[in-house]
Every structure is written in structure tokens, then in C-alpha cells.
Design a protein around this ligand. Structure first.
Ligand code: APR
Length: 250
């Protein structure tokens, strides 16, 4: 539970940022990248499945890896943590929801305008043009990787691979939100992967000296910097936090 003084500060916040990572989807049964590397996939290194070089070398293998992961995320449903953030968007004047997850569960839960820093596994891009190609506009015969209907280039999943830069406009919006927010919640992320891991640090250093709250069962490199570390699962703690806020707001 958040101490009363911090709860009062959070309830006065006009702009809140929620930054989420794989931990919020853990309770929905979405395996992390490494957890999904089971069975057939266990023998590959991450660099053989999730880099532009790997894709160009063996596009079908990489395409199939993402098809497999998509089949796992599609079976998952949003959990109480995702739903609490939908409610939080209704409660605070301005909530910016930033996620490192590619599973689309925030949007499926009902959150609006989610900033997906690492892309979305449901989307498909032309490797050459970088443009988005809707599902109905290409065919997958299971042998050759699908091709762009416009230029004939290879199609790839719309996720950010190791060594690639993040979508610039999305990252800029996330950075602006961190630089101006009154409070930031870091939820279910190991706070190891940059630039996402820098966002809470820049929120703390902004003019308002944003309130930092972490929700995670384990400590992270961010923990020493936060005003409150709520230790536990997002699916348990976020609904409690939202309830506390509802109560204080009457
Ligand atoms: N509720 C909250 N946090 C949880 C829960 C839970 N139920 N279960 C696990 N966690 C925490 C773990 O303690 C860990 O700190 O979630 C964090 C997950 O860490 P990572 O697997 O490293 O995920 P993330 O921080 O999202 O990784 C960032 O790295 O693998 C790449 O691109 C991938 O987007 C990913 C990025």
C-alpha cells in the first residue's frame, strides 16, 4: 500500500506516466522473449531470431519465430493489472501509458493511445520501405516469407529488434512525457534496457521532481531512486493503488 503522504501527492498529479514491461503481462501467461525460447526454439540464440541480420540471413526462420510468439500472445487475455491502468486513465487528468511490451494487451484491455516503444507483434512492416502492411494485403504460403504487395520486398514483424532504433516519434513523445510529468509508475520492468530505463530517471530529474513509484516483486537498478517500491505482483498491487486513489478522491 502507498503511504498516505505519497498517495496525496499522486492524487494531485495532473500528468502521470505509467511505464510497463514484461512483468505486467506475466500474470496473463505471456512468456518473455527468453521464456518463449522453449522446445524447437531453445537451440537458437536471441541474435539468431531478433536482429535485422538474422532476418536477412534466414527470413523464414525469423518470421516463424514471431508467428509462434504471436500464437502465444493471442491466447493471452488482459489481467487485473492492465485493467487497473484503464481505470487510472479515467481517474487522472492526463495519463501517458508507455510500454515495452509488444503483446498489445494494454490496448486490448481498453487503454487509449498507448506508446509502444518496442512495436507490436500484431503488425507487419515492409523491410525495405518500413511501411505498415495490413494483414489482409499479403499472403503467407508457409514456405517463402510473405512479400510486400507494393514493392515486392520482404515483410517483417513490426517489432524493434536488437540493435535497431526505437520508433522516433513514439520515443520523443515518451521522453517529453517523462520530462514534464508529476508522477511516474514503473511497473513490471527490470529497468535494464535503455532508453526505456532512462525515462524514470529523467522524470525524477524534471522541474517537478516527479514522484517515482515502482511495482515489482523484485528489486531493480531503479529501486534505490524511487519514492516508493511496492513489492509484489502488478495484478494485485495496481488494483489496490487505484482503489486507494478512488477513495482519496471521493
Ligand atoms: N508483476 C510485476 N512485475 C513482475 C511480475 C508481476 N506479476 N512478474 C515479474 N515481474 C518483474 C520481474 O521481477 C522483472 O523485474 O518484471 C520484470 C521483467 O523484466 P524483463 O523480463 O527484463 O522485461 P522488461 O523489463 O520488459 O524487458 C525490457 O528487454 O527483452 C527485452 O525488448 C525486450 O521489451 C523487452 C525489454
Amino acid at each position: 500500500m502507498l503511504p498516505q503522504a505519497l498517495l496525496a501527492r499522486l492524487s494531485l498529479a495532473k500528468h502521470v506516466v505509467a511505464l510497463t514491461g514484461a512483468g505486467i503481462s506475466a500474470e496473463s501467461g505471456v512468456p518473455t522473449f527468453r521464456d518463449a525460447q522453449s522446445g524447437l526454439w531453445a537451440r537458437y540464440k536471441a541474435e539468431e531470431l531478433a536482429t535485422p541480420e538474422a532476418f536477412l540471413q534466414n527470413p523464414r526462420l525469423v518470421w516463424n519465430w514471431y508467428a509462434w510468439r504471436r500464437s502465444l500472445t493471442q491466447k493471452a487475455a488482459p489481467n487485473a493489472g492492465h485493467l487497473a491502468l484503464v481505470r487510472l486513465q479515467e481517474l487522472v487528468p492526463n495519463l501517458t501509458l508507455i510500454t515495452q511490451n509488444v503483446d498489445g494487451l494494454h490496448t486490448r484491455a481498453g487503454s487509449r493511445d498507448v506508446l509502444e516503444l518496442h512495436g507490436n507483434i500484431e503488425t507487419t512492416l515492409c523491410f525495405d520501405e518500413g511501411t505498415r502492411v495490413p494483414a489482409g494485403e499479403y499472403t503467407d504460403d508457409g514456405r517463402e516469407p510473405p512479400r510486400c504487395p507494393r514493392c515486392g520486398g520482404l515483410l517483417r514483424p513490426g517489432v524493434v529488434w536488437f540493435g535497431e532504433s526505437l520508433p522516433q516519434a513514439t520515443l520523443e513523445r515518451a521522453e517529453r512525457a517523462a520530462a514534464t510529468c508529476d508522477a511516474l509508475l514503473s511497473i513490471g520492468t527490470s529497468s535494464l534496457v535503455h532508453p526505456a530505463a532512462s525515462l524514470p530517471v529523467s522524470a525524477k530529474a524534471n522541474r517537478r521532481g516527479a514522484l517515482l513509484i515502482e511495482v515489482n516483486p523484485s528489486p531493480t537498478p531503479l529501486t534505490p531512486l524511487v519514492d516508493a517500491a511496492l513489492t509484489g505482483r502488478a495484478g494485485d498491487l495496481l488494483p489496490q493503488l487505484v482503489q486507494q486513489l478512488e477513495a482519496i478522491r471521493g
